[in-house]
Ligand binder design. Sequence first.
Ligand code: FAD
Ligand code: NAP
Length: 597
Amino acid sequence: MHIFCVGCRKGTELSRGFRVTEHLGHDAANQAGGSPPDVDAVVVGAGFAGLYALHRLRGLGLSARVFERGEDVGGTWYWNRYPGARCDVESLDYSFSFSNELQQEWSWSERYATQPEILRYLNHVADRFGLRSDITFGTRVVSAVYHEPSAQWVIETDRGDRVTARHCIMAVGNLSVGRIPAFPGLDSFRGQTYHTGDWPKDGVDFTGLRVGVIGTGSSGIQAIPMIAQQAAHLTVFQRTSHYTIPAQHHRLDPDWLAAFKQQYAGYRRRMRVSRGGVSRDYSALETPPQQRRNTYEARWTFGGAEILGSFTDLLTDDRANSTVAEFVAGKIREIVRDPEVADRLIPRGYPFGAKRLCVDTSYYETYNRANVTLVDVTATPIEAVTPAGFRTSAGEHELDAIVFATGFDAMTGALLAMDVRGRAGLTLQRAWEAGPHTYLGVCVAGFPNLFIITGPGSPSVLSNVVVSIEQHVEWVSDFIEHLRKHDLDWAEARPEAQHDWVAHVNDVANRTLFPVGNSWYLGANVPGKPRVFMPYIGGVGRYRAICDRVAAAGYSGFDLGRAGHERAPAPQPAPALQWVLSATEAAALADAEGAWG
Ligand code: FAD
Ligand code: NAP
């Protein structure tokens, strides 16, 4: 492949995609010059989002280059190889729907697929659609700078690539930057340390070792039962106990699967307009206690996070919430034999579901094993990591290996790790000083032609993320196509539209119990991170309707323009709160949600 450096006009032969190492030194402005961009779009990340973005852009006849930090495709499923890693949305839902051929030819073997199976699936997607040739692996994007006169992005990587693009699509993931708390003495530990989100490719053998797992969110809860089966002794360091529901996992019967696939298209249509899972139109408080209990019992036996959809008021009324919390507490007491341990495992101080609900396999049963100890690090805080293990206020815990299941700098971590500069050199760090503000979770005022897939302010992590990814990628690529058709070079969210959207996202969140959860949804797990409720709780169906409405109105809330020209008003001005659906639209959505539930 041959491309030209638009800074010096010299051609260069590319060995690994767009590598132009000898052209370092042109500053971003010169690089963009008056020349056409190298590609229509640069996509950062090659997980579910980046793969679909590339496929979709190609389908529109656009050129794209994907940069991926990992050595292969997969994103979350490339990095999170810890024992027990699985999806907690059922495999048949947690997969692409954009190609009927793909969903017909691929057969999931289990209700909740394991990490290796999901990674195989994503490799299959990359091969089936011939995506690898446009992906540069092992390469981290370090900066993306917008050049106003040419309306182009200049993207630079840690390996010296410098590419200009009309559009920059951030498919960097919400949970792709792991975090390890800064415990004093961390570097002094003599044994091995691991983070669940950056697990060694060849796996880890814990046989005969004394292992410590710190963190009991979804990752810890999946890893703990598996590590307990291998380690000589497992010590779990728990700060907050998290609610978890048994997956009631099983293999999928091939005949059942074949029958299911007959109605896949209709099923997917209903998913797209759902709230993000299952919704029921009954109030917990208005349901008689025995019937309510039967509902919870049936959902517990069915397994998975759907227990949250049992009643409509579970996340809006704390009295309703305590009915399900008490039910789960009862289950923990039934399963865990030592009443003191059971008591420590019962979550307290925040509503059921306000932190991400976990889905497990034999989690509570694991605490009945003789080789597992639960340490409450709220009661006896960790003071330091020592060469021999963890020192808490109650004493030393000697360990050969430590597993950090301590989560991620969620939703903004990967975006803010890059130097992203929009108009007049405005950095994303500066624009988001008070928390991540976006219009529709996709665009940021001051950053034309920058699109975030499942960004803060979109349903993202409060949905089946693949459904959200597909919706975002389709909406963004349609937008890019719209610009091209109308001979426009740039689109930028208007500050007032962004302001109204952020207010709407907060308003919806504040009507629920979610903000009480002190969770990573709020940035509460990262010291110093602004507390803003980041995902949009309004539901996938409603959100889709809003986005479609914005598009149908000629992309209201955006300024659109040509390179070198001042902002031109969007074809339609943005009426305040235009996303509040009309009564008819809301009723249509409620019908669709009802049908799904
Ligand atoms: P990712 O899969 O995170 O991919 C982003 C990619 O971008 C990464 O490979 C990263 O290396 C790359 N990247 C980031 N920054 C840069 C850079 N500067 N330069 C180059 N490359 C970069 N969601 C569900 O809906 N259901 C589930 O069951 C579920 N299970 C999960 C289990 C685990 C263990 C985790 C951590 C998350 C889970 N999620 C689940 C959320 C999951 O992240 C999404 O479902 C989905 O995989 C996200 O895809 P993505 O492509 O948006 O991001
Ligand atoms: P997480 O939910 O943020 O959990 C991190 C855990 O580490 C929490 O228990 C936290 O305690 C603990 N922790 C953090 N800092 C600590 C400290 N300084 N001292 C003691 N404990 C500390 O992270 P995660 O488990 O990796 O999950 C993140 C998200 O990824 C999930 O919510 C989910 O969306 C996704 N995921 C899904 C699955 C799945 O089942 N498909 C699996 C894994 C991950 P506190 O609660 O007290 O902060």
